[in-house]
Write a protein that binds this ligand. Sequence first.
Ligand code: GLN
Length: 303
Amino acid sequence: MQFQTILDEINTEIRPLLGTGGAVATYIPALARVSPLQFGIALRTFGGQEAAAGDSATPFSIQSMSKVFSLTLAMRSLGETLWQRIGREPSGSPFNSLVQLETERGIPRNPFINAGAIAVADRLLSQGDAKTNLLALLSDLCGEAIHIDAEVAHSEADTGFRNAALANFMKAFGTLDNNTAQVLDVYFNQCAISMNCVQVARAAGYLCRDGAPPYAGPRVITEAQTRRVNALMLTCGTYDAAGEFAFRIGLPCKSGVGGGIVAVVPDTLTLCVWSPALDATGNSHLGRIALELFVTKTGLSVF
Ligand code: GLN
């Protein structure tokens, strides 16, 4: 398939739509300053062919897309015990909702809502230097050094009152072992990791390769674990829009409030789209439209 031609076509179709819908996240001040008039798309195939278009080399805040990689690390080191404290069901609620946590006694519905990712961060902290281990994983996966944007991390820490509430709630229920300030520091820093579309498409490569890394090296996670990460992305990766994403796109996806969405076509390719303006569910407005265009043009979907 002529992937470069397809991505160029999508870029041409999306450009006129820039600025026509959605809004950048404003609850994190550093993200509010990002221009919404940007769009990038990149993919990497199972065999290593790459294609990219638009602002695919511009770094952005990966935000909740980091939750895929922190979950990967936690599954690798903890195996089944991870699921003693974290569920695997879609939440049907916004990503930062507190309500379910009270009724479900501090056990987050899944690892991709904020509460779940904070619980994963706690588990990683108990294993060692979580920030360093996550950056090392991402740098290994995409073959170049990956960094945290300190300004975004500080901005999140200054305004992350809901996340602090989620962490304190879980601490009260015994879901977290570590000091909440340290757990939140891991969480805010992982969200503040900066990458571009090409790097994300590479780093996620193991998700379309049954857990084998995009470049040479040891397996990232097992084939069965990879299936599970993809299943969770499909059912929970875009929060309360997961049904709509499955209906329109039909691919495991994980979004972030920086405007990125990473998608997986199992056994075929990984794809990253980015455009900062978000819809009401916190997912990239044009990113979703670009993914729909991609699936329509290629017929690549798990359904
Ligand atoms: N850092 C963001 C938050 O905690 C991540 C949310 C997201 O990307 N959906 O609110």
